[in-house]
Design a protein. Structure first.
Lengths: 385, 326
C-alpha cells in the first residue's frame, strides 16, 4: 500500500515538475483524493470529473486569463497520507485553493494544514463535523447525513408514521448517520423505538431484523449504511416478510444497490441528489440543465454511469471557478471571501447559498425522495397535493 | 387532496395489523411461546446460512494443510476468484453455468501457479515461511483482481431462486441449503479420495514424512501441487455458491479466510468434517449472539467461545493429537 502510494506520488511529482516549468502563467489548484483503496468508488469519479472539467475550462481560455493546473494526489483512503500530501500541496506546489478530501477521515486530517496556511479548502466528504463548527477556510459540497435523516423523517411524518426502528452499520458512515438521526428525531417528532447494528462485512442480518420484527409498535425501518450491506439488509427484510416501509440512506443512492438487492428493492425509499434522476426531472426544475449537462459529459467521456460523488467534485470546482471570476484574481484571501458569498449557485447537489455561518449552503430541497419501483427510481413529490 | 385522504386510511390499516401481530409481548403468554420458538428457529437459520459459507471456505484449508502443513491464507482469494470470474464472464455474455465451470478451471490454474511459482521454489523452507508466502500471494491476487475486475460489489443469481422457504414462522433461503449440501458432498468426496484411493494414501504419506514418501517412490511435488489445485477448485466452487448470499468484490477473500480459519481451528485443523462442523458452529454462535445479545458483540462472543473450546480441547473438536517427532 505504502509502496503504491509512494510510486504514485513520485509519478505525479515527476509529471508536475515536468509541466510546472513550462507553464508559468498557470494557477495551481490542489486535490487530494482517495482514487484507490476502499473509498475508490467515491474518489475515482471525483478524479475523473476534476480532470475533465479543468481540461474543459482551459480549452475555453481559462479563468481571468489564466489557465488552471490541477495537482492531484491519491491518498488511497489513508488519513496520514492525505495530511502529508496536503502539506506538500501548500509548501511545495503553492496551490491557491484545494478541492478534495474524499472521505470524512481524510478531510478532518487535512483541515489544520489548510487553516494554518490560509488556503481555501472545499471538501467532498459527507459528515457534518467538517463545517460544524464553521472554520474560516473550510467549505464542503455534499449533503450531510443529518439532512438525510431529516428528509426521511419528513416523509415518515407525511405518511403519519412516527415510531421507527433504526439499523445501522458499525462503520464511520453508519455510526455518524445513526448519531445524527438519533439527534434530530425528537425535534422531528419521531420516536426511535429500537436500534440494531451490523458489521460492514456481514452477510446475514436476519437476527437483527427478527428482533425488529418482534418489537411492538414499529411502523417503519430506517437503515443507515453504504456499500453492499444495506442491499443484504433489504434482501433479508423481504426474506422475513416484514411489511413496514423500509427507508435506506443516500449512501446507497446508486444503480448498484438496485442490482444487488434485486426484486427486494421494490418499494424501498431513500433521499438522493437530483443527479440520480436527471432525466426524470421536470423541465421547470432549476437543476435540470446542470445535472443533465454533467451526466452527459461524464458518461460520454468515461463510458461509466454517473454518480453523485463525481457531482460533488463538479460543484466544488465550479463554486471555486465562480468565486475566482467574481474576485477577479486568485488571491487566496479574496477567493475565500467570494466562496463564502456563493449565492444561488445551481449545482448537481442542489442550490447553494453560503454565508459566514453556513459553509455548505444547501437546504432540504437539495434532497429528492425516491422510491424504487421495478428496478428504477421514481420521484415522490415533496408536498402532497 | 386525494393523497391526503388516502394516507391515514392506509396507515391505520398498517398500525392495526401491527398491533395484532404484537399483542404477544407479555412474558410467558400462551402465544409468546410459538413466537419465541419462531425467533429461535430464525436465528438458527441465520447461523446455518453464515455457517454454511464459513464451512465451505474452511474445507478448502484442509487438503493443503494435510499435504504440506501449510495454512494457505490465499484460500479466501480462491473463493473471491471463483465468484468474481463467474460474474465477469457472465457480463461478457458467457452463460452462468459455463462461466462457473470456467471460473473453477481458471482458479485451479491459479492454485497450481501459486504452488509452482511460490511454494515449490521455497520447499526447503519452514512451514512458517511458506505461510508468509501464501499471505503475500493473497495480497498479490487481491491487487490483481482490483485492477482486472473493479472495486464494486457484484451478485450472482441463486440456483433455485430467492423465494425463501418458510418453516415454523421462520424462513431460510434455498441457496443456504445448496451451500450446506455442497459442503457435505465435498467432504464426502474428499474423504473418499484420501481414504479410498492410492493418490489419497500418497497425500497422507507425504504429510507424514516427506523424505520417507520420496523413498518409497511417491512424487511429493506432484502430490502437493495437486493438493493446491484441488483446494483452489474447492475454494472457487465455494465462491460461486456463496456469492448469491454474501455478494462478492475483489476484497471479500480476507474476511472469508479469517472466519474460515477460525472455523478450521474450532473443528480441528486437518479434519474435513471438523471444518464443516466448525464453520456451522461459528455461524450459529454469531447468529445467537446477534439475536439474544447484541449484534455489536457477535464477533467477540464467537471468538470467546472458540478460545474456550481450544482451552479445553487444544486440538479442536475433531483434531488428532499429534506427536512431535524429534
Amino acid at each position: 500500500m505504502l509502496q503504491k502510494i509512494t510510486i504514485a506520488a513520485a509519478l505525479i511529482g515527476f509529471a508536475v515538475s515536468v509541466t510546472g516549468g513550462s507553464a508559468a502563467a498557470q494557477v495551481k489548484v490542489g486535490a487530494v483524493l482517495s482514487a484507490s483503496g476502499p473509498a475508490s468508488f467515491l474518489g475515482d469519479p471525483e478524479r475523473k470529473t476534476l480532470d475533465m472539467y479543468v481540461e474543459d475550462i482551459n480549452s475555453k481560455g481559462g479563468i481571468n486569463g489564466q489557465k488552471l493546473q490541477l495537482v492531484i494526489y491519491d491518498d488511497g483512503g489513508d488519513a496520514n497520507a492525505a495530511r502529508t500530501f496536503a502539506t506538500r500541496l501548500v509548501e511545495e506546489d503553492k496551490i491557491v485553493a484545494m478541492v478534495g478530501g474524499t472521505t470524512t477521515g481524510t478531510t478532518l486530517a487535512m483541515i489544520p494544514v489548510f487553516e494554518d496556511a490560509q488556503v481555501p479548502f472545499i471538501s467532498l466528504a459527507g459528515a457534518v463535523q467538517i463545517i460544524e463548527p464553521v472554520r474560516k477556510w473550510v467549505f464542503k459540497t455534499p449533503h450531510t447525513d443529518r439532512m438525510a435523516c431529516e428528509k426521511i423523517f419528513d416523509d415518515l411524518k407525511r405518511r403519519k408514521l412516527t415510531t421507527v426502528a433504526l439499523i445501522s452499520g458499525t462503520d464511520a458512515f453508519g455510526k455518524s448517520m445513526r448519531d445524527q438521526c438519533v439527534a434530530v428525531a425528537p425535534k422531528a417528532g419521531i420516536t426511535i423505538a429500537h436500534e440494531e447494528s451490523y458489521g460492514p462485512g456481514d452477510s446475514d442480518m436476519t437476527p437483527q431484523l427478527t428482533k425488529i420484527k418482534a418489537t411492538a409498535g414499529i411502523q417503519a425501518v430506517v437503515c443507515a449504511g453504504f456499500s453492499q450491506a444495506p442491499a443484504i439488509v433489504t434482501r433479508n427484510y423481504r426474506q422475513l416478510g416484514i411489511e413496514y416501509p423500509l427507508y435506506q440512506s443516500h449512501g446507497v443512492a446508486s444503480k448498484q444497490f438496485i442490482s444487488l438487492a434485486g426484486a427486494a428493492a421494490n418499494g424501498v425509499r431513500l433521499p438522493a441528489a437530483a443527479l440520480l434522476v436527471a432525466s426524470k426531472l421536470p423541465e421547470s426544475d432549476r437543476q435540470k440543465s446542470v445535472v443533465v449537462g454533467y451526466q452527459t459529459m461524464f458518461e460520454t467521456k468515461t463510458g461509466q454511469p454517473v454518480s453523485t460523488f463525481g457531482g460533488h467534485a463538479y460543484d466544488g470546482l465550479m463554486i471555486l471557478v465562480d468565486a475566482a471570476k467574481r474576485a477577479g484574481s486568485f488571491d487566496s484571501g479574496k477567493l475565500r471571501d467570494e466562496i463564502e458569498r456563493t449565492h444561488n449557485y445551481v449545482g448537481t447537489g442542489g442550490v447553494v447559498n453560503m454565508s459566514p455561518s453556513d459553509h455548505l449552503g444547501l437546504d432540504l430541497s437539495a434532497f429528492r425522495l425516491l422510491e424504487i419501483k421495478d428496478g428504477d427510481w421514481t420521484m415522490i413529490p415533496d408536498s402532497p397535493s | 387532496m386525494d393523497h391526503d385522504s388516502g394516507f391515514p386510511l392506509v396507515n391505520s390499516l398498517v398500525i392495526s395489523s401491527n398491533g395484532l401481530a404484537h399483542q404477544t409481548g407479555v412474558p410467558f403468554d400462551r402465544r409468546r411461546a410459538p413466537a419465541a420458538m419462531a425467533e429461535f428457529l430464525q436465528f438458527t437459520f441465520s447461523g446455518l446460512t453464515v455457517g454454511a459459507v464459513y464451512a465451505l471456505v474452511a474445507v478448502g484449508f484442509t487438503l493443503i494443510y494435510n499435504a504440506s502443513d501449510v495454512v494457505n491464507f490465499a484460500q479466501g482469494e480462491f473463493v473471491m476468484l471463483g465468484g468474481m470470474v463467474t460474474v465477469f464472464l457472465g457480463y461478457a455474455g458467457v452463460p452462468v453455468p459455463l462461466a462457473a465451470v470456467l471460473a473453477v478451471l481458471i482458479t485451479t490454474a491459479v492454485g497450481l501457479a501459486l504452488y509452482r511459482l511460490g511454494i515449490a521454489p521455497a520447499r526447503e523452507a519452514s512451514a512458517v515461511t511458506l505461510i508468509i508466502i501464501t499471505i503475500g500471494a493473497s495480497i498479490f491476487l487481491r491487487g490483481v483482481a482490483e485492477i482486472i475486475f473493479d472495486k464494486r460489489f457484484h451478485s450472482l443469481p441463486a440456483l433455485f431462486g430467492s423465494d425463501p422457504i418458510r418453516i415454523g414462522g421462520a424462513s431460510i433461503l434455498p441457496q443456504t441449503v445448496v451451500v450446506l449440501a455442497s459442503a457435505l458432498l465435498i467432504v464426502c468426496l474428499l474423504w473418499a479420495f484420501i481414504d479410498r484411493t492410492l493418490y489419497g494414501k500418497a497425500v497422507i504419506a507425504t504429510s507424514a514424512n516427506r523424505m520417507a514418501a520420496t523413498l518409497v517412490g511417491i512424487n511429493t511435488r506432484t502430490i502437493v501441487g495437486a493438493c493446491f489445485a484441488i483446494s483452489a477448485a474447492i475454494g472457487a466452487i465455494a465462491g460461486v455458491l456463496v456469492t448469491p448470499i454474501t455478494l462478492t468484490s475483489y476484497n471479500v477473500g480476507t474476511l472469508l479466510a479469517l472466519k474460515g480459519y477460525a472455523a478450521v481451528m474450532l473443528g480441528g485443523i486437518g479434519s474435513a468434517i471438523g471444518a464443516v462442523v466448525g464453520g456451522v458452529l461459528l455461524g450459529l454462535f454469531e447468529a445467537f449472539a446477534a439475536g439474544y445479545l447484541s449484534a455489536s458483540y457477535k464477533d467477540a462472543v464467537a471468538f470467546v467461545v472458540i478460545l474456550a473450546v481450544l482451552f479445553a480441547m487444544p486440538q479442536g473438536l475433531f483434531g488428532k493429537t499429534t506427536v512431535e517427532r524429534v
